[in-house]
Write a protein that binds this ligand. Structure first.
Ligand SMILES: *[C@@H]1O[C@H](CO)[C@@H](O)[C@H](O)[C@H]1NC(C)=O
Ligand SMILES: *[C@@H]1O[C@H](CO)[C@@H](O)[C@H](O)[C@H]1NC(C)=O
Ligand SMILES: *[C@@H]1O[C@H](CO)[C@@H](O)[C@H](O)[C@H]1NC(C)=O
Ligand SMILES: *[C@@H]1O[C@H](CO)[C@@H](O)[C@H](O)[C@H]1NC(C)=O
Ligand SMILES: *[C@@H]1O[C@H](CO)[C@@H](O)[C@H](O)[C@H]1NC(C)=O
Ligand SMILES: *[C@@H]1O[C@H](CO)[C@@H](O)[C@H](O)[C@H]1NC(C)=O
Ligand SMILES: *[C@@H]1O[C@H](CO)[C@@H](O)[C@H](O)[C@H]1NC(C)=O
Length: 224
């Protein structure tokens, strides 16, 4: 009994050292557990080998919501991508144009990851969470979501892990210079009246000089 438990614990420990958990929104499947490891493979793009519809759909706010991860590395690069529609396999909208560097293992919970596009109440989509490290190899987990007004976050979004965003110097410089440009945005023509959308637009305009910015602007152009 004890021996079995120890073996299981060792197997689990081995598994979790290399992989990550997606706590919120709920992942398609537990790809970390021993059972999950036998069936799925987090190294597999785009969703660790888990198909759409294998898990539950979580309600997520219209303007972006919380992400809660369980990380196991001394530091982890985190990328969050969105694929619109049911069973999307094209995660072509980046929610982290400046990707994150989470600087310790543990629970990382971020209250609000902003959405750079407008969506309708009830729209279906999937989030792809990609983590990487120094080696450049990437791990994948996906969560299926439904955009809902008044959607709730996780019950506990206390973060044990700090993170900072990594952006290239060109967009840093442009962002500093752009803080004045907010007065050129006429918020009255925005149907949602959403300050966040205006803020996002400014960030994307400001980052035009960078490759990342071009990608973000492209997304903005299509999305708006
Ligand atoms: C989906 O939700 C049900 C009911 O809450 C739960 O039992 C099940 O474990 C969830 N599925 C996944 C993959 O977490
Ligand atoms: C999702 O799309 C893939 C590929 O297009 C297809 O093989 C799969 O059956 C679809 N799954 C669902 C649940 O619709
Ligand atoms: C990310 O953080 C780790 C740990 O603090 C550090 O060693 C690494 O250089 C950082 N990477 C970048 C790109 O900032
Ligand atoms: C909330 O989560 C943190 C870890 O992120 C944990 O330390 C704490 O005990 C949790 N609190 C509750 C009430 O579950
Ligand atoms: C905003 O613009 C004013 C004048 O146009 C300038 O003096 C000020 O430094 C600018 N502020 C920032 C943060 O760029
Ligand atoms: C802010 O608005 C003032 C007055 O309309 C204008 O003169 C100024 O150039 C604007 N600043 C920027 C950066 O657009
Ligand atoms: C993202 O992919 C979808 C589906 O392939 C496509 O319709 C949409 O135009 C793409 N958007 C961007 C910004 O590439």
């Amino acid at each position: 009994m004890i021996a079995t438990k120890t073996l299981l614990a060792l197997a689990a420990a081995k598994a979790v050292t290399a992989h990550f958990g997606l706590v919120f929104p709920e992942w398609r499947a537990d790809t970390l557990s021993e059972e999950g490891e036998a069936v799925y493979n987090q190294w597999t793009n785009p969703c660790g080998g888990v198909d759409y519809g294998e898990g539950n759909i979580t309600d997520w706010p219209l303007d972006g919501g919380a992400i809660k991860l369980e990380l196991h590395h001394p530091y982890t690069y985190v990328f969050i991508n969105l694929g619109l529609g049911e069973n999307s396999t094209n995660f072509n909208i980046s929610l982290t144009p400046d990707f994150w560097n989470a600087t310790s293992p543990g629970i990382l919970c971020v209250d609000k990851v902003e959405l750079p596009i407008e969506v309708e109440d009830g729209d279906l989509a999937s989030l792809q969470i990609v983590t990487g490290g120094e080696s450049g190899n990437a791990l994948y987990n996906c969560a299926d979501i439904r955009f809902k007004k008044d959607a709730k976050g996780p019950s506990n979004c206390t973060s044990e892990v700090e993170y900072f965003t990594v952006k290239d110097q060109a967009s840093v410089d442009e962002d500093d210079a752009s803080s004045n440009s907010s007065n050129s945005t006429d918020s009255s023509d925005s149907e949602s009246g959403d300050d966040n959308a205006a803020g996002m637009l400014n960030v994307n305009k400001a980052a035009l000089a960078s490759v990342v910015g071009l990608a973000a602007a492209f997304v903005m152009g299509i999305g708006l």
